[in-house]
Design a protein around this ligand. Structure first.
Ligand code: PMP
Ligand code: GLN
Length: 381
């Protein structure tokens, strides 16, 4: 194997889902919903297949999906984009990959919020870049902008941001984002911001796209995906948007990764973006109730619960139950209780103490599944 694979292993989500199958566990690990998105969108995919949309779509994206992303950004955020400022990708995963590969040279530094989504680490490594983590600390996971600034050096090429944040559920506030914007403008940095959970924000928290702050559109690549937004994680339709030069760099790399994908799903996701705004609200309300239910159940078991502001994940500190190591806890839990969760330590730098006791639980599951998970956890106490 090539050196670029060293230390990145296989993804924790695949490992833990395989463990769930092997042990017959309730899977509260990998973040995928139990239920599909809107029926009208599934119909639109069938229609597209029947209409013969089964060959390579344009690498840039199907025109109606590009137009729908333009219209979504205008309607929700007042951002005015042109079609050359959008590129469709094979999920947000490919958008992140293409952004990093298209923008980072070997030796360049990438500032990244720790804990970080696992593909960020692999992609920075593939590009030959160097991670400069800035840690969001439990229990509130606020971003210390002074620490972000301290991570910037003359070699910094980009900041890789994620809000709402996986795994912590932290939603960067306008004040935190203004701090990021200030640092980016003063140091002339590009920011790639992964906003796949843009519509999954609870209580009085609000998602603010970084690109809407003054002077930021021209230096920001914004990423989202139909996986989280419409509960079609297996369709792998994502997109990136931003100024044409940055989008061209993303597309320049993406052309040599998948080139294009998901022909019939692209018009279906266009339909979703144009006609299914109500789905976000329904999904959010449903997830809010499930968040509260799972958080209450986990707290009752004696876990310290860090209630998320967004996403469909909740983090707990298992040291309150006497466990020091979240990996040992999760591996043991699958055997003992037949419940799978994600050891958040894998989202931190190797050997970091910060994430050692943290475990992530997904609540994008049917109520009965969450209940069965809680029942098993209670029984295994
Ligand atoms: N970024 C984050 C923060 C995620 O949680 C995920 C997982 N859905 C992705 C990117 C990948 O998205 P996709 O499934 O669209 O590739
Ligand atoms: N994003 C999902 C999560 O955080 C998993 C995606 C994947 O399996 N790669 O759970």
């Amino acid at each position: 194997t090539a050196r670029r694979l060293e230390g990145v292993g296989s993804t924790i989500f695949a490992e833990m889902s395989a463990l769930a199958v092997r042990t017959g566990s309730v899977n509260l690990g990998q973040g995928f919903p139990d239920l599909s998105g809107p029926a009208s969108v599934v119909e639109a995919a069938y229609d597209a297949m029947r209409a013969g949309r089964n060959q390579y779509p344009p690498g840039h994206g199907s025109p109606e999906l590009v137009a729908a992303v333009v219209s979504h950004q205008r309607r929700h955020y007042g951002l005015e984009l042109t079609p050359d400022q959008v590129v469709v990708t094979t999920g947000a995963t490919e958008a992140v990959a293409a952004a990093v590969l298209g923008l980072v040279d070997p030796g360049d530094e990438v500032v990244v919020l720790e804990p970080y989504y696992d593909s960020y680490r692999a992609m920075v490594q593939f590009a030959g870049g160097v991670r400069r983590p800035v840690t969001l600390r439990a229990p509130d996971y606020r971003l210390d902008v002074a620490e972000l600034e301290a991570a910037v050096t003359p070699r910094t090429k980009l900041v890789l941001l994620n809000t709402p944040h996986n795994p912590t559920g932290h939603v960067l506030s306008r004040a935190e984002l203004e701090g990021v914007a200030d640092v980016a403008r003063r140091h002339d940095l590009v920011v790639v911001t992964d906003e796949v959970y843009e519509h999954l924000v609870f209580d009085d928290h609000r998602h603010v796209p970084l690109a809407t702050l003054p002077g930021m559109f021209e230096r920001t690549v914004t990423i989202s995906s139909s996986g989280k937004t419409f509960s079609f994680t297996g369709w792998k339709i994502g997109w990136a948007s931003g100024p044409a030069e940055l989008v061209a760099a993303v597309e320049g790399a993406k052309n040599w990764l998948s080139y294009s994908s998901g022909a019939p799903f692209q018009p279906a996701v266009a339909h979703a973006l144009e006609h299914e705004d109500a789905f976000h609200e329904a999904l959010r309300d449903d997830l809010l109730a499930k968040r509260d239910h799972l958080c209450a159940g986990l707290a009752e078991l004696g876990l310290e619960v860090h209630v998320p502001q967004g996403t469909y994940f909740v983090t707990t500190d298992v040291s309150s139950l006497g466990w020091e190591d979240s990996m040992a806890f999760c591996l043991g839990l699958a055997e003992r209780a037949r419940v799978v969760a994600i050891p958040s330590q894998v989202f931190y730098e190797d050997g970091s103490e910060e994430g050692r006791h943290l475990v992530r639980w997904a609540f994008c599951k049917e109520r009965e599944v969450i209940d069965e998970g809680l029942r098993r956890l209670r029984g295994a106490r």
